[in-house]
Design a protein around this ligand. Structure first.
Ligand code: ATP
Length: 342
């Protein structure tokens, strides 16, 4: 594995920001670090970049000890949410900056820099804007310049910290697709920090979920969704309710509903996690009340209340649940039944 992190720990004034982190990132892989605010994502990225030092642990890249190298020696490309471009420099000069400050022996000729800049302008679809200044660009265009600048040095590792965080939802989605495309073209190993689950699941080959300085799970988006390792992961991916229950003698009791516990279920106090799309009408199931039904073209948004918990169900327009009137009490059965240890 090119990037290998072992037992990484970082404290700030006695506060544990990272606690025994182990993480491997494969060659050309796109990994997302996903977690709530304060979970340690930025701290981990800064240590990879060489902007911060861990208290203990190792960071190796292709067998080299990254911690013994300066940020420049590591040859990482960085893009932050507010990674200010140089305001007094044109787009072309911003992109060329990293090349011009390379150690003398590795510095390309003027002609080579110009060629690389136009190649990058094409890659990020900013041809024709090379003479503009950052103030003359939209937010999305600025982040594309920042990315081109990061890619100019042909980084061994591309690190992005909420690069689209300040942009509106539509531009964000566009840039997301485009970033994935650029990643696939360049094959650069990428670590992407976000607190937006949709963004992480959409973009990444694998997602590492951070919670309070620890990694809860590292898996592909599909695996995280189908086999969340903890109630935290299940909840953080969104669109779900969690209800306390009890398993004993192979039977699950949750909010008055009794059913056979699935094979391999934990026993004792448990948490039942149910996603909207896993629920269907049944004779036996969780007692729920339909709160509202809002048709939206091909889909219908049905809000239900389950013992004081609210859940939005996104259903097809022609679905038995979509046909129900608000106020009706119905039974909904989750399939699969996902249980976590309480
Ligand atoms: P966000 O999504 O809000 O950026 P994050 O997951 O990136 O959060 P970090 O910025 O890595 O979280 O911070 C992790 C924890 O470490 C937080 O509780 C933060 O307050 C603390 N922390 C980070 N940097 C410092 C610092 N320089 N001094 C003191 N505490 C810090």
């Amino acid at each position: 594995m090119p990037l290998s992190i072992q037992n990484l720990t970082k404290t700030f004034q006695g506060f544990s920001a990272l606690d025994a982190i182990n993480l491997e990132v494969g060659d050309g892989e796109f990994l997302a670090l996903l977690g709530p605010s304060g979970s340690g994502k930025t701290t981990l990225l800064r240590i990879m970049a060489g902007l911060d030092r861990p208290d203990s642990g190792t960071v190796d890249f292709d067998g080299e000890d990254f911690l013994a190298q300066t940020p420049r020696q590591r040859r990482v490309g960085l893009v932050f949410q507010h990674y200010a471009l140089f305001r007094h420099m044109t787009v072309a000069d911003n992109i060329a900056f990293g090349l011009k400050v390379r150690p003398r022996a590795q510095r390309p000729s003027k002609a080579a820099v110009a060629e690389r800049v136009s190649e990058l302008l094409r890659l990020v679809h900013l041809e024709g804007l090379e003479k503009r200044y950052p103030a003359q660009l939209s937010g999305g265009q600025r982040q594309r310049v920042a990315l081109a600048r990061a890619l100019a040095i042909q980084p061994r590792l591309l690190l992005l910290d909420e690069p689209f965080g300040a942009l509106d939802a539509k531009v964000r989605r566009e840039l997301r697709r485009w970033l994935r495309h650029i990643h696939d073209e360049t094959g650069v190993t990428t670590v992407f920090v976000t607190h937006d689950q949709e963004e992480a699941l959409d973009l990444a080959d694998r997602v590492a979920i951070l919670n309070a300085g620890r990694i809860e799970q590292i898996a592909s988006p599909l695996d995280l969704y189908q086999r969340p390792a903890s109630a935290f992961v299940h909840d953080f991916l969104g669109g779900a309710v969690q209800l306390p229950g009890q398993v004993s003698d192979g039977e699950l009791i949750v909010e008055g509903w009794r059913t056979r516990a699935p094979d391999g279920a934990p026993t004792g106090q448990v948490i039942l996690g149910a996603r909207g799309e896993d629920l269907s009408l049944a004779d036996e199931g969780l007692e729920t009340r339909i709160v509202s039904v809002s048709p939206r073209g091909f889909r219908t948004r049905v809000a239900v209340e389950i013992k004081g918990h609210m859940l939005d169900l996104d259903r097809p327009a022609h679905d038995p649940i979509s046909d129900l009137a608000p106020g009706r009490t119905v039974r909904l059965r989750p399939d699969p039944i996902q249980l976590f240890k309480a």
